[in-house]
Design a protein around this ligand. Structure first.
Ligand SMILES: [Zn+2]
Length: 439
């Protein structure tokens, strides 16, 4: 025990010594973050092209310029709007350390406007509810945000109540950029080659099938796209999207007697059965519980369609969810025998745990890096997908790291100065740990 304690204190002293010697970056993560959130990068569903919105390229070009100024090599923007670059390692032999990639996404959610974001810094936060000044109905409540109690004394960053903040995922971008800056100012910190990528359209199922894994060069990667400090994820949903199509018969309403079959009634009947027949919905589930979610409808007399998200951590759970949807269809079909009902579904992505369980060092090193930055980290499944879920499925193992952010995709989104700084420190420690463990 004594020996453990003394080793532990030596380790602490060493960590303290390293931190004391670390020179600050040329610009703080906070300043970078405040610059990036001013650029509207909202993506759009069903644009039929990548990037889905031209305005994402404004941030892409700024990052291209900034990466070059930080000495990053091979910086380029792909046709789809992906920004790639490589930070060369500073080891005697970089080939002994696997190239580690970091990915953050440039777009913000289509759900809430990201135009004219007016970031507000609530200095030296003292623990009360935070009322957003330009829409006082928007309140970040302590009872709904238990992590706020850990942020007393910190500077909290929010939007003004009229837009989202864009912490998802400009926090990740600011942290990766500040990591590069910190490494550049501290050549004593040894690391291997580091691949960098900033992606468009993550929120709308972006161009990950086009991501140049080979050319990018990373053997393992991390998305920096998570939430509160300490949350590390090697599990995402397995996802299917189902489409139910109701076909009736359209005719001129003036002469429709005995002829028209209005498919919208069947679609409406189908939807109305959900609260009773499908207990697991987004609004009733949390943690590891999956859900079924009708999220988009288009109705007309002739044809009505309803799109439904099926989400489950267990791949076998998806099959049971498909059966549940078919049971609802059967009830509707009984009531509307003249309406033809078709069901189809396609696989979106798979829980990345299926692959990542074979590479435990990815999350072990990340947990150790967080610890060196003073954060107690734990593995928490993501009730969503990430760019990493799709890259992992394509053969590049990519778990997800925290950014310090909260309340993604809404007007109550926030991060904090320490959230940005500690997350950045974690990244700096992480590349060091890969170098230490790979010698
Ligand atoms: Zn995100």
């Amino acid at each position: 025990m004594k020996r453990i304690i003394s080793l532990f204190s030596i380790a602490l002293l060493m960590i303290a010594a390293v931190s004391a010697q670390t020179k600050a970056p040329s610009e703080s993560a906070m300043d970078r973050f405040l610059r990036y959130v001013k650029i509207d990068t909202q993506s759009a569903e069903d644009a039929g092209k990548w990037p889905s919105t031209e305005k994402q390229l404004v941030l892409a070009r700024l990052l291209e310029t900034e990466l070059k100024a930080l000495g990053v090599q091979n910086v380029r923007i792909s046709e789809e709007g992906i920004v790639y670059g490589m930070v060369p390692g500073n080891m005697p032999d970089n080939s002994k350390v696997p190239t580690i990639g970091f990915i953050a996404h440039m777009d913000t959610s289509p759900a809430v406007s990201g135009a004219n974001v007016n970031a507000i810094i609530h200095k030296n936060y003292q623990g009360s509810d935070i009322i957003l000044p330009n829409d006082k109905t928007q309140v970040i409540r302590v009872d709904q945000n238990p992590d706020l109690k850990n942020l007393i004394g910190d500077d909290i960053i929010t939007a003004d109540g009229t837009t989202l903040l864009g912490s998802d995922d400009k926090s990740g971008i600011a942290e990766v950029m500040t990591m590069i800056d910190t490494l550049r100012n501290n050549p004593q910190i040894k690391h291997g080659n580091i691949a960098i990528a900033f992606t468009p359209d993550e929120e709308v199922g972006g161009p990950m099938d086009k991501f140049d894994i080979q050319g990018w060069g990373a053997k393992f990667a991390y998305t920096v796209d998570g939430e509160q400090l300490g949350d590390i994820s090697n599990e995402t949903w397995s996802a299917r999207t189902a489409t139910v199509t109701f076909t009736g018969k359209s005719t001129h309403p003036g002469t429709a007697k005995g002829i028209m079959i209005n498919s919208s009634y069947a679609a409406g009947d189908f939807l109305s059965r959900f609260p009773e027949m499908v207990p697991n919905r987004p609004e009733t589930t949390e943690g590891r519980e999956g859900f079924i979610h009708p999220y988009s409808t288009a109705m007309s007399e002739e044809t009505s369609t309803i799109k439904i998200l099926l989400r489950n951590f267990d791949i076998n759970g998806l099959a049971a969810q498909e059966e549940a949807v078919k049971r609802v269809i059967a009830e509707t079909q009984k009531k509307y025998p003249n309406v033809k009902v078709d069901y189809k579904s396609e696989l979106g992505y798979l829980n990345m745990k299926e692959v990542l369980k074979d590479y435990p060092q990815l999350t072990d090193y990340a947990i150790e890096a967080a610890k060196r930055a003073g954060i107690t980290a734990e593995l928490r499944p993501i009730r969503g997908g990430t760019d990493g879920s799709r890259l992992t499925a394509r053969g590049l193992p990519t778990p997800n790291l925290f950014t310090g952010g909260h309340n993604f995709h809404g007007k109550l989104e926030f991060n904090s100065r320490k959230g940005l700084e500690r997350s950045t420190e974690t990244l700096v420690h992480l590349v060091q740990i890969w170098a230490e463990r790979s010698k």
